[in-house]
Design a protein. Sequence first.
Lengths: 257, 257, 257, 257, 66, 66, 66, 66
Amino acid sequence: MDDTLIIRGIEFRSRLWVGTGKYRDFEETRKAIEASGADVVTVSVRRVNIIDRKSENLLDYIDPKKYKILPNTAGCYTVEDALRYSRLAREAGISDLVKLEVIGDEKTLFPDTIGLLKATEILAKEGFIVLPYTTDDPIMAKRLEDAGAAAVMPLGAPIGSGLGIRNPYNIRIIIETAVKIPVVVDAGVGTASDAAIAMELGCDAVLINTGIAGAKDPIAMAAAMKHAVIAGRLAYKAGRISKKLYATASSPLEGML
Amino acid sequence: MDDTLIIRGIEFRSRLWVGTGKYRDFEETRKAIEASGADVVTVSVRRVNIIDRKSENLLDYIDPKKYKILPNTAGCYTVEDALRYSRLAREAGISDLVKLEVIGDEKTLFPDTIGLLKATEILAKEGFIVLPYTTDDPIMAKRLEDAGAAAVMPLGAPIGSGLGIRNPYNIRIIIETAVKIPVVVDAGVGTASDAAIAMELGCDAVLINTGIAGAKDPIAMAAAMKHAVIAGRLAYKAGRISKKLYATASSPLEGML
Amino acid sequence: MDDTLIIRGIEFRSRLWVGTGKYRDFEETRKAIEASGADVVTVSVRRVNIIDRKSENLLDYIDPKKYKILPNTAGCYTVEDALRYSRLAREAGISDLVKLEVIGDEKTLFPDTIGLLKATEILAKEGFIVLPYTTDDPIMAKRLEDAGAAAVMPLGAPIGSGLGIRNPYNIRIIIETAVKIPVVVDAGVGTASDAAIAMELGCDAVLINTGIAGAKDPIAMAAAMKHAVIAGRLAYKAGRISKKLYATASSPLEGML
Amino acid sequence: MDDTLIIRGIEFRSRLWVGTGKYRDFEETRKAIEASGADVVTVSVRRVNIIDRKSENLLDYIDPKKYKILPNTAGCYTVEDALRYSRLAREAGISDLVKLEVIGDEKTLFPDTIGLLKATEILAKEGFIVLPYTTDDPIMAKRLEDAGAAAVMPLGAPIGSGLGIRNPYNIRIIIETAVKIPVVVDAGVGTASDAAIAMELGCDAVLINTGIAGAKDPIAMAAAMKHAVIAGRLAYKAGRISKKLYATASSPLEGML
Amino acid sequence: MRLKINGEVVDGISASTVQELLDELKITAGRVAVEVNLSIVRKVDFGRFRLNEGDAVEIVNFVGGG
Amino acid sequence: MRLKINGEVVDGISASTVQELLDELKITAGRVAVEVNLSIVRKVDFGRFRLNEGDAVEIVNFVGGG
Amino acid sequence: MRLKINGEVVDGISASTVQELLDELKITAGRVAVEVNLSIVRKVDFGRFRLNEGDAVEIVNFVGGG
Amino acid sequence: MRLKINGEVVDGISASTVQELLDELKITAGRVAVEVNLSIVRKVDFGRFRLNEGDAVEIVNFVGGG
């Protein structure tokens, strides 16, 4: 089966998207991304260090021709900041993609959905391909779709928490009934099975950063996540057996001695 | 890393083991096994149909030179039957491997652990490589190890139920402290994430039949399980991040405008 | 210990609040409320039937002197409707209390948080004691507090779903760090343990309607919920033991033969 | 409804049974038992301190006329020890009741079910009312019933772990299909909702020690458990609503403006 | 007089105030709220609030709800 | 000769050894196991193991199982 | 007389029966069970059950347990 | 010339355009975005966009983020 994810005409080879934060160094970042098989990598927009110019650049390690660079607006707590970072990102980069974050508070890093909705509307009008990081609220997901979001990125759990998909029910509702645009689970995935579960729910992709970068062996975990996303997607398509409280034999009774 | 599973000197290429029951036909069985990447396939011992000889044989589709044939004693409710089927299986087959089942009742198909322990002891003495299908009771797992089992196969949930690993705590205890022999989760795996979870717990392998054969698309589900087992194993080795209730940013604060 | 819940100076005898919808008749409603021990009952505002005047009135069965009547704005999909129903409710009733609902869609009956926030702000200014029915989003809970809500009523699961507290993590975050006002879980409670879990998380009260009215024996379930809320509250105050994977003996080793 | 639990003709006022281990002192034990409303209290058999005779006796605080004393065989790792302690207990006490424990190892304190079955058979023949502490294996529960057990006491989780009912599926199977004798969940209950869940599954009673004695405020937790058991039992009898992924309104649409 | 009451057109109303209307409809004033042409009429004003031909009157009370 | 094969009574068997019986039934010896009167007959002994009137013969092979 | 009581060797015991021993040790008979050389002594027999030099006596009662 | 670059006041800048500034700071134009007094300067305009005394210049690029 051809099972390519397409968002606004952009084809995505992999349904695993990865972040580039928190790695020991650029070399580890490069290896982890390679092991993950991802073709989308998120980045942040920050000031160039004008004092110390020796420091290498992330893009020396991630070839923008090979990977889709997805800038985020992490750290933005206001609509204005989110707009400013998005516009700078577009200028610094080569595409209109932006993973839009308008953060509500520093303890949870949950989105401020009201600001998020405003920023989505404005950026969508400016021609951005807006991928908003939002809660698992189906109503808000629909609002973001109506505001012009190209996909929604509901959180599975707080960023970096590793708690997995805390509320699979809401994610299912978002996918089944709330929106028609792609759904990419962002944040919370702590290990392979979390990623598989997200895909089994019918998500179109999963974005992982800390779950990989924070593992004891990030390269191995990147490979684990790659397989987990493939596994979850295949299982979703294959149609799992239904659950039963009691047993059903898998071996025949016929022909017993 | 070399990560080959070895039981009594036998090397296993794959940590996914598959059953051969409940498929539409032998051709589907063959394709599913191939897609699963498994090198162990379980079979049952049953009477040859002496009336209708046309009927093809399972082994026309599964080359015993390519796959490790693991006969089970499914359907046996007494120690005597389990011994009889095991001995016939060894004679019909080419190895001393047996997946030993002594069933306690037809509703749950849970093992009768007392009979299981007796049969394990006897067959181990007869030179069988005994892989008993047991409960997730750590004490019983240890007893089986002492009785000569080559590995233990605790159930995740009732056979064919698709409930997954109902009690990961017990499975973890079996692996961490109860036994030194390999632990292969048998029964209950309903979808890819279940298999991944089993491996993340530290299981050495997973045996799946209904979860694959009963899926709408068994071939696709077989592939899903293949990736899930690899993913879970890699994640277990990689060392996942710890869980936290609150968030930790994956993007840096430094260098913000 | 005195453990009375107080909202805007109003004392609540019970931490179980109950709805009055979906009962077979007013007599069953009365008995269930009595069995529940609740002193808050929610009601809806609807047109008087001017054609058939015989039909009795709910308040013939629930004495407003004995119970706190909490009108809701169920069925309102716009800010305007929510305001209109709230004002009519205040006029028909005797207090400024309103359980504010601005519904987002009919499948989930999830709140439209943006409309909810607007309506909360307006009604709070008009002197209402606003108790908004909201999602389990901690950021939104804080926004509602800032807009003048007297308490927040996050949903445990969709109204009438009986799925319990789907995301205890978010509820905990709301209680621990997001808001200072009381937190009353509304919607989703399907059985006694769900109510106990809500209270063990530290909620100040629980509102239940379908979980009681939809039970085979509503009166018995009302009593069950009464005990469950007391149990959960006491357990929260008592400070539970921490969880451990392994065992600790409860009987002494000293003095054994 | 009359809902008295009767085991071998003995009537039990309460479905909460409590242990007497791990309390700060006898006075706290007495108060906790009183707050729990239990009429069954478990005790252990240990050597009298012949050197220091001042030390008070537990039974100075728990009147055997008021409470049913249920001696356990905690700490016994062999059939012989379990028999010896049981017989001493009967001699020291006033009844034939014994909570039979044959422990398998010190890390998990899980039962050695094979020894347990042997001891149950012997003691039942000697006229004991045997209540064996066992695993949640339905087959073993049936075996114990056949061996003469008056009730089975499957563990919810390791003793003192506070993990709750780890495998509600097995407990349900034991109650629904495995045995006809009463089922009393023993071990694992950490907080009120755990006890409620056990009762909602259809258990006849719950035995708790560490969950109460280990709480910061044991007296309050004892009261919590009392209400939780009543709540869970009532909810089980009342018949809960079924679970649904989507919502159903609890307020009427008819009569809206 | 013709009024629109709770969405229904009703003819031959003789009442000239809200209070009279409630009496005519045998509705106890105590437990209802009344809206005339989308604005609420205070209970204290029921007696003096005059109704005009074609007024849209809403009379609501509390029913079971969650 | 009359034998009980896999639970069925079969008359007119001409085979006098297990091997001949398998041939007569067109069963490939390679993949089956044979039990005569509850005791297993080794593959190597198929040729010389003589069958007697009324023997209970079980011929089994592998089928799909989990 | 020397006895082994609850694992401890105790000298100079003057008691000659279980009951006397309990009295000597100031233990209320009502709430204990007694074992002499691994066999239980019934409460009713405390008075007539004679103790001999070197007997292993176990005296147990109930303590807090779960 | 004195500019405020990335929040730092920097003196003695000789560059008169954005492009010259990047060259002076040895920054590859390709991968950065530049903002002068809160408005973005298009890459194509780097060469002709003149800097004035006291301008607040922000030069950003991509770093690792999630």
